[in-house]
Write a protein that binds this ligand. Sequence first.
Ligand code: MTE
Ligand code: HPA
Ligand code: MOS
Length: 812
Amino acid sequence: MTARDELSLSRDGVADPVAVAFDAVAERPLSPHGHSAAATPRALGHPHAHESARAQVAGNASYIDDLPELKGTLYAAPILSKVAHGRLNGVDAAAALAMPGVRGVVLSADIPGDNMLAAFAHDEPVFAFDTVQHVGQVIGVVVAESVMQARRAARAVQVDIAPLPAVLDPREAHAAKSYVLPPVFVRRGAPDEAMASAPHRLSGRFETGGQEHFYLEGQIAYALPLEQNQWWIHSSTQHPGEVQHWVAHALGIDNHAVTVQCRRMGGGFGGKETQAGHLAVWSAVAAHKFGAPVKLRLDRDDDFLVTGKRHPFAYDYEVGFDARGRITALVLSMFVNCGFSADLSGPVADRAVFHCDNAYFLENVQVASYRCKTNTQSHTAFRGFGGPQGVIAIERILGDIASALGLDAFDVRMANLYSDEPLADGKGRRDTTHYQMRVEDNILHELMPQLEQSCNYRARAAEIAAWNQQQTALRRGIAITPVKFGISFTATLFNQAGALVHVYTDGSVQVNHGGTEMGQGLNTKVAQIVADELGVSLARVLVTAADTSKVPNASATAASSGTDLNGRAAQFAARNIRDNLASFVCGLDACGAGEISFAGGEVISPKGRRSFDEVVKEAYANRIQLWSDGFYRTPKIHYDKTTLTGRPFFYFAYGAACTEVVIDTLTGESRVLKVDILHDVGHSINPAIDIGQIEGGFIQGMGWLTTEELVWKADGALATHAPSTYKIPATGDVPEHFRIALWPEANREDNVGGSKAVGEPPFMLAVSVYEALRHAIVAARPQGGSAAWTPVALQAPATAESVLRALGRLPA
Ligand code: MTE
Ligand code: HPA
Ligand code: MOS
């Protein structure tokens, strides 16, 4: 049994991936894909432990609130709007100012630079000044000598707001043509004609809920004024470069005067792609006013109220299909609840458009995407970035088609997959997306049947059907759904990265790159890549904090492309150093540079072997450069932003999941019983980390679709603003049968180490949970008399109430 097989074992099997990862510190050889398990194994492909795992478990890994504070540090707390929409007439801070320890308040008028954030749409005030646009909008901060003094005083500030009508529902915003950005339409073929002539038609509307990021480390920033109006910002951010830009803009100074550093986040999940910037700006403006370091960490309830979430969506659709369930026409409208400002809503809504095909060929299709403005938090990036909201639309439609025709949903999904089958008119094949990108790397025709076999889908489906017949209250359901997720930032310019590799005279290596560590294992993977490039052991390579003064203009660590981009940049930097060392050694040994290799901590030439450390020392003495930068930009990608056509993605990541659930039709409660996943990470750089990402992504997706419900009250206040009312999955919700296997093939595109990105794609595998729940609900319907088939109206998340509504046991 290879270590890869071990890693594929389930929780009810033998190996726990985390335990394996820890054991792997002993560098057990693993040969998942051709790296020969020689005496000196390469770092790539091994389940190395996360670079911070031990420190995190021991409590030695520092988050921003753990850093030693500078003398004189003050603390800020936000003053929040209690009104969803209104005219802001005034702020009376007298009571707050009289409270112990309070130094003062900071309002819009205190901002030295622009009072609007440097967000790309320039539509968001730093602090609300003339109007408030959602409950929880930040009007200013109170600054005090302790955190609790600041928080208590912030609640004592009196804000005078004259209420205006508020819009909370995206359909209502659409009716009023109230958008944060203009609508986008993508059309192919002749959807209207094809719909009219379709043998079967279905139409409907449904909604998917938002999702709170629930990063364990809440949003935080610590702003330190340096000499001569220069600044040092500690920010828990996925995008230090953007924080730098926003802080400089608000302070009215050049970017070069602001340095932003982030060693790690306690989770980001997209929630710290832009919205970490707000806290950094607020603390910097406060620090500017008081000439002292200022730290701002949002209390968890405030974090819920202030920061944006996954975009809730509403959908209208009509679909035409044939007798085998093949879609012949689709007309889909997506009403995206963006909240009060644009933030990342444009690219999020675009990605939903790019993923509403998921893995299926849509010959005649019209997609409309409305970016609706509502009086809620400004919704933002969240794992999948609109992809999940696109994928669930088509999966739900295919589930309904299968159920309406009385076919197995797996067969209907297979019949709709992209393929090289020619079109009826002979003009092209069923292989091109609605945005005109050819799907060249499709593996789902092999991957899905393989999963169907390995999880014993057919026999289980039959067994479940028989079991359901015997039950009164309980029903089980099962579903396999695939994922095809486009890898690259849809904004082509973000697909670039830089890195800096230093070799010190003792042969130890330090790496800095433009990416950020949020738990996903980016630093570990980058270190593995650099270790192999220099032929040294992983222990010799240390990755340091993301820092805007080391690698400038870095993109957000997002779009799952952290390793693809920064890993390659670091590889190129290390390669430059290796080339310097190789030419130095071939000078000594009078051989060609191509004859020098680096492996096992040695530099090997035809004349003999030297230790890497020895070569480094010699090279230094001979004035050879031992450090280098590296730069990478993703090839092949291009697309037209206005029509959303082209090749936005370098490649696709694929996977499929089979989920079995049980529902209690009396209470609406449900449980995920079994999950089998076959997922494509190409040649895994680190199977322990990749399997961890697949597990975490799936469970997070399961939370989105089952228990994580955001409820805004009629007055616009978020009712579910704490863990008491907002339920993320707990360990007890993880299915006991949770088997994950990795697809063995390398990325067909030339990506670092043959790998594929893994951060977001597995999130969408959880759509199988939702489809399995709908399958169980179908089984709960009265049998026979099928004349009036209707879609299963299960709103996401499938809370107990939502399941009861879909069963007709609660009013809709
Ligand atoms: N994993 C952990 N542990 N914590 C996180 O915050 N964020 C996810 C994913 N996995 C996240 C995570 C999101 S939204 C993205 S885009 C990717 O990680 C970003 O990192 P990568 O590009 O290095 O995979
Ligand atoms: N994914 C994640 N973040 C982004 C993207 C994307 O495609 N585009 C801009 N920010
Ligand atoms: Mo991830 S939503 O792209 O930060």
